[in-house]
Design a protein around this ligand. Sequence first.
Ligand code: OMP
Length: 239
Amino acid sequence: MSVSDRIIVPLDVATEADAIALIEKLPQVSFWKVGLELFVSRGSEILRILKNREKRIFLDLKFHDIPNTVAGATRAAATYGVDLITIHAVAGREALKRAVAASDEGAKAGGCAPPKLIAITLLTSLNSRDLAFDLKVPIELPEYALQMALLAQETGLHGAVCSPHEVSQLRQVCGDNFILICPGVRPKWSVIGDQRRTMTPGEAIKAGADYLVIGRPITTASNPLDAWEKICDELSSIN
Ligand SMILES: O=C(O)c1cc(=O)[nH]c(=O)n1[C@@H]1O[C@H](COP(=O)(O)O)[C@@H](O)[C@H]1O
């Protein structure tokens, strides 16, 4: 896989027109993420647009509900023929297991390949303080992220989203076949914003990430294509 195929760019915009404008500004991007903002505002049409352009799709709706509802949502999402779907690990063992079965059913109904199911371990916008004081989770953050990834692996999911800070430990414990995706990635020249557990693209790949999700450093740059190429150059130089 080339370095550029390892960067997933989120379409964090509210309209199809804005999404298409971004896709056209960045023709080299092969993997796009459709998240809550665009899917809630515009529905599944954007998936068709991306498929027509032969792009890979990360449908990031972060399901977190009771098992029956997670299964239903996963079954429906799997009919679209997307590549990746996210579910919060904290939805629990039963919801994760039911999602795995439902994904195959949905893909069959849609006549497409099943997506890879990816667990959210702990959002990269949270730090140890948030985990301990607000969420009242009494274990260390890296251990918590690892336990969530292991729960996902045990229940048959294909990978996890984690911050670059946890990725090397998750890679070591979960093995090479478990897909690890890191948001919270910030080149040295970019603004950190609401992310908390960040690293540069090169550091995150060296630590063991398969894919990086990089949004605003590219999408809000005055020249998104330049920003994208700068990141690809940085990644090529570490290979
Ligand atoms: O699932 C995700 O993609 C995700 C998980 C997470 O823990 N943190 C996180 O930032 N994300 C997503 O990754 C993207 C990061 O965007 P930027 O912060 O603009 O680079 C956003 O679309 C988030 O929804």
